[in-house]
Design a protein around this ligand. Structure first.
Ligand code: SAH
Length: 288
């Protein structure tokens, strides 16, 4: 058994296996057991993952979190890109019936797995996410309407703050609106660099995302949100003008119908305002 709690042991193990750490894959092992356990625990609980439920794990690395997930009785579908780690993961976990490994870039592989879901009511994700793909991956799930019942992710603190930001705050962005459209975002804890090997330069955060009651958004909702935030310095009017099919006249009447002043900026709009704008534009297109 590997000692996941010690940087010295992990370094020795990697050396013995002829493996190196690859910066481009955002590899930082979570070596602090007092952080790993609460993250895994946050996935469970009364409305969370139960024994036998499937959990998608993004970036298992050498399996520090995987071991805890399997210990809880979850089945694990693990997505890993690093060939060296894949070899080790197979050695450590392939005899476990609850473990499945999906090799390759999760940004490409996850969609091939989604049909395996019975629905979205019982789907879980945990990941100490590689910093370079964290926001892209989470946004991709949301925009492709693949919503998990519950997710526990570790991301850079700055990304966590954007995820949890509300309208009017400096961290509020299109990503905040995306997350809030389907999840309740709950920061769990700040994780210091010393909890990782190798140590990152910045603080990280564990974040819990719980699915909100289903809401239906018009198809243009996400593209519209992105457009309205596309240039932060611009007003909603000027950003909206770059949305396909929006002429000056249409733009003014859409804003008026929604009671919005043309000089407002996206960073001050609540999610309901974006939803309402999307609905107006969609209705207008349908009635054409
Ligand atoms: N969960 C482990 C390792 C986290 S480091 C721990 O907490 O100790 C991030 C992991 O994500 C690494 O194993 C890295 O190889 C993997 N990874 C990075 N980019 C990936 C991608 N595009 N697809 C799948 N895995 C990726």
């Amino acid at each position: 058994m590997l000692n996941y709690n010690s940087a010295v042991s992990l370094r020795a193990f990697l050396e013995q296996e002829g493996l190196g750490m690859q910066k481009k894959f955002g590899q930082n092992f979570l070596i602090n057991p007092n952080v790993r356990q609460p993250l895994v625990d946050a996935l469970g609980g009364a409305h969370g993952a139960q024994k036998g439920d499937e959990v998608w794990e993004i970036g298992p690395g050498l399996g520090a979190m995987t071991a805890l997930l399997l210990e809880k009785g979850f089945t694990v579908k693990a997505f890993e890109i690093d060939n060296g780690f894949i070899r080790i993961l197979k050695k450590l976990f392939s005899q476990d019936a609850g473990f499945e490994l999906i090799e390759g870039d999760v940004l490409k592989t996850w969609q091939t797995c989604r049909s395996a879901f019975p629905g979205t009511d019982n789907s879980f994700l945990l990941g100490n996410l590689p910093y370079n793909i964290a926001a892209v991956l989470l946004a991709d799930f949301i925009e492709k309407k693949h919503v998990f019942s519950r997710m526990v992710v570790t991301v850079q603190k700055e990304v966590a703050l954007r995820m949890a930001a509300s309208a009017g705050s400096k961290d509020y962005s299109s990503f905040s609106v995306l997350c809030a459209s389907v999840y309740k975002v709950k920061p769990l804890m700040t994780i210091r660099p010393s909890s990782f090997y190798p140590q990152p330069n910045v603080d990280s955060m564990g974040v819990l995302l719980e699915k909100r009651d289903s809401r239906v958004y018009p198809d243009i909702f996400y593209p519209l949100v992105r457009t309205l935030f596309s240039s932060r310095r611009k007003t909603i009017k000027n950003n909206l003008l770059s949305f396909p099919g929006i002429s000056r006249d249409i733009c003014m009447s859409v804003l008026e119908e929604n009671g919005l002043n043309e000089n407002q900026r996206a960073e001050n709009l609540e999610i309901e305002a974006f939803a309402s704008l999307a609905k107006t534009i969609e209705n207008m297109r349908l009635s054409k």
